[in-house]
Design a protein around this ligand. Structure first.
Ligand code: NAD
Length: 276
């Protein structure tokens, strides 16, 4: 693989986000520091972490060790559910753990409708983004009903909605709703979290062999051609390189349609109406 050329997308607030990055959910601090270091060395510039992943410090250490200028990096972290009543304190604590002066994107991790604090938390994020310590704000795991409530109560449109999205769970209605409002979609579980037979499905395998690519690369390409932002997780340096080597081929309309036809509305993670 040559030098990475990962394109940026423009968010609705004018800020740019690399369309492909690395997610670090479930990576222990030692693995996180190593793999983020490898990713930055390979040319990744976008890292997705969260307070609840308990690896913000490790992300920060790898960033510092990389020596890469801060303005070339895009770092996302997230407000955890039990911190929604005091987003300012949670945000400062995340910055401290990361050892950074600012984050590029701060997200409400889940809407937690049972507690009813999402709107006040969003007002907090709107204050935070007005400072020079946070460039963009968004949400995660928000269904149409949760987005409608935010928009109705505050009028402030999130830049992104990070949701479970892969060929077995394609979220068409939610994606259309977000597209109409210029809310970018970030896919979590873009490869089906290694929990399914997605990588062995005929439509994926056929496209992979035709293009001389791997099934994972075909799935990532499907996301990218849909305009989705992805940050597949891996702890292997080889897979890091593989997952970013997806900008030198294109799926045909027929190949895209075959993957579109795989939707089973199959959720692998928690239901945003229920997660506390
Ligand atoms: P993923 O779909 O990225 O799956 C990761 C798994 O896929 C790995 O453990 C590995 O087994 C496999 N894999 C990775 N590269 C591969 C390759 N090239 N070939 C074959 N298998 C490969 O799932 P994820 O980690 O859940 O999602 C990515 C990121 O999204 C997370 O790390 C995290 O940053 C974010 N996320 C956010 C939420 C949220 O609630 N906002 C929830 C889950 C994940």
């Amino acid at each position: 693989m040559g030098e990475l050329h990962i394109p940026n997308l423009e968010l609705n607030d004018g800020n740019l986000i690399p369309q492909l990055g690395l997610g670090v959910w479930k990576l222990k601090p030692g693995d996180t520091e190593r793999i983020v270091g490898d990713a930055l060395e390979l040319g990744y510039r976008h890292i997705d972490t969260a307070r609840i992943y308990e690896n913000e410090e490790a992300v920060g250490r790898a960033i510092e060790a990389s020596g890469i200028p801060r303005d070339e990096l895009f770092v996302t972290t997230k407000l955890w559910n039990t911190d929604q009543e005091d987003p300012h304190a949670a945000f400062e604590a995340s910055l401290d753990r990361l050892g950074l002066e600012k984050v590029d994107l701060y997200l409400i991790h889940w809407p937690v409708p049972s507690r009813g604090h999402a709107v006040s938390a969003w007002r907090g994020l709107v204050e935070i983004v007005g400072s020079d310590r946070c460039d963009s704000i968004g949400v995660s795991n928000f269904e149409v009903e949760h987005l409608n409530e935010l928009l109705r109560e505050t009028g402030v449109v999130p830049t992104v909605n990070q949701v479970e999205l892969h060929p077995l769970h394609q979220r068409r209605e939610l994606r259309a709703f977000c597209a109409e409002r210029d809310i970018a979609i970030e896919a979590w579980g873009p490869l089906g979290q290694g929990k399914t037979d997605l990588l062995e499905r005929p439509a994926i395998v056929a496209a992979a062999s035709l293009h001389g690519k791997t099934p994972a690369q075909v799935i990532l390409r499907w996301h990218l051609q849909n305009g989705t932002i992805v940050f597949p997780k891996t702890s292997s340096r080889d897979r890091l390189a593989e997952n970013a080597d997806v900008f030198d081929f294109e799926l045909s309309p027929d190949e895209m349609a075959a993957i579109d036809g795989m939707d089973e509305q199959r959720r692998l993670g928690g239901d945003p109406r229920e997660v506390e």
